[in-house]
Write a protein that binds this ligand. Structure first.
Ligand SMILES: NC(=O)c1ccc[n+]([C@@H]2O[C@H](COP(=O)([O-])OP(=O)(O)OC[C@H]3O[C@@H](n4cnc5c(N)ncnc54)[C@H](O)[C@@H]3O)[C@@H](O)[C@H]2O)c1
Length: 310
């Protein structure tokens, strides 16, 4: 018997990167079950098209669209969000989830190589920055929204052989934590999900790892993993709980969801002069005023180049 799910996201529109398979696909399914429409952007074209078709067939109406998207390019990110405007009238939710973890994860002691060494940071880190910026523009124009970035437990912890992957996911965590004031600027929230290891194609022991005989190959089967359904639960919590912003939610094995707190909270305030608190409050007020103007300008420029929002 299929479980009844409340349509808590009825008429909402979600953009999902890396949604052709794995965690992205599972989140797309959960959002659709709650009444949302989804636009999936991924480089895996055949899987992405099949996924969208399957969702539409099951729903009996057009609630999913696939568009080939390489998240490393602004051009593709913009086309992805414009597609959501065109197909479903705007964007309320963005799940910026595309990522890689192949040989580019462990580069520290390999030969210097511009292409390989920049790859993890580019796909896992810079792409989230690009996706967030485009999402904010679309959501601000619509009056609000929520972005969830996929980091990793390796965004708050690390292992010797995940050096570049960890660096890229720490970047996602730092970027996400910086958005404490965004709701005051434009009513958009930004959070990150940090899954423990999950059984997806990503870690289904990469051929490249086996070929290189990397040390992770034997370790991965022994790691206690989180379930994909619990990752979905974490993402839904970050989307639906209006109080959550600039948060990083760890999804651990045994169904544990836990906030990943910074090691030293509010480090900028440590050892400050007595009038620092007042100065900090003023800085926050000034930031909101400054950012509203900056966003207004960016929206005008964006509309000049890409046309009016729907
Ligand atoms: N599986 C895990 O153990 C685990 C743990 C923590 C975090 N994560 C993160 O979860 C996210 C989803 O991974 P997954 O486990 O579902 O693996 P996956 O490989 O099944 O999914 C990743 C998706 O991202 C897509 N992608 C890769 N590069 C892209 C690009 N340049 N442009 C657009 N799409 C691109 C892939 O085609 C794929 O569909 C990733 O960001 C990953 O780093 C995974």
């Amino acid at each position: 018997m299929t479980q009844h799910v409340e349509k808590t996201l009825k008429d909402k529109v979600a953009v999902i990167t890396g949604g052709s398979r794995g965690i992205g696909r599972a989140v797309a399914e959960a959002l659709i079950a709650r009444g949302a429409s989804v636009v999936i952007g991924d480089i895996l074209e055949a899987e992405g098209k099949a996924t969208a078709e399957e969702f539409n067939t099951l729903a009996g109406s057009k609630i999913a669209v696939f568009i080939r998207t390489d998240v490393t390019s602004y051009k593709d990110n913009i086309a992805l969000f414009q597609c959501a405007e065109k197909e479903f009238g705007g964007v309320d939710i963005a799940f910026l989830n595309a990522g890689i973890a192949g040989q580019e994860s462990d580069i520290a002691l390999g030969p210097p190589d511009d292409k390989i060494d920049e790859r993890a940071m580019d796909v896992n880190g810079i792409s989230v920055i690009k996706g967030t910026k485009i999402a904010i523009l679309h959501m601000a124009k619509r009056g609000g929204g929520v972005i969830v970035n996929t980091a990793s437990m390796l965004g708050v912890d690390t292992m010797p052989s995940t050096n570049a992957y960890s660096a890229s996911k720490h970047a996602v965590v730092g970027w996400t934590r910086s958005f404490t004031l965004l709701p005051q600027v434009c009513n958009v929230r930004v959070n990150a999900v940090c899954p423990h290891y999950v059984d997806t194609d990503m870690i289904a022991v990469h051929e490249s790892m086996i070929a290189r005989g990397g040390p992770m190959v034997e370790l991965i089967p022994k790691i206690h993993k989180a379930t994909i359904s619990n990752v979905v639960k974490g993402v839904l919590t970050l989307i639906e709980d209006q109080q959550r912003n600039a948060q990083t939610l760890l999804v651990l094995p045994d169904d544990v969801l836990q906030i990943a707190e910074p090691a030293i909270p509010d480090i900028v305030k440590i050892g400050a002069k007595p009038d620092f608190e007042e100065a900090y409050k003023k800085y926050e007020r000034d930031y909101v005023t400054f950012s509203k103007k900056r966003l207004e300008y960016s929206l005008q420029e964006y509309e000049k180049i890409h046309g009016k929002f729907s």
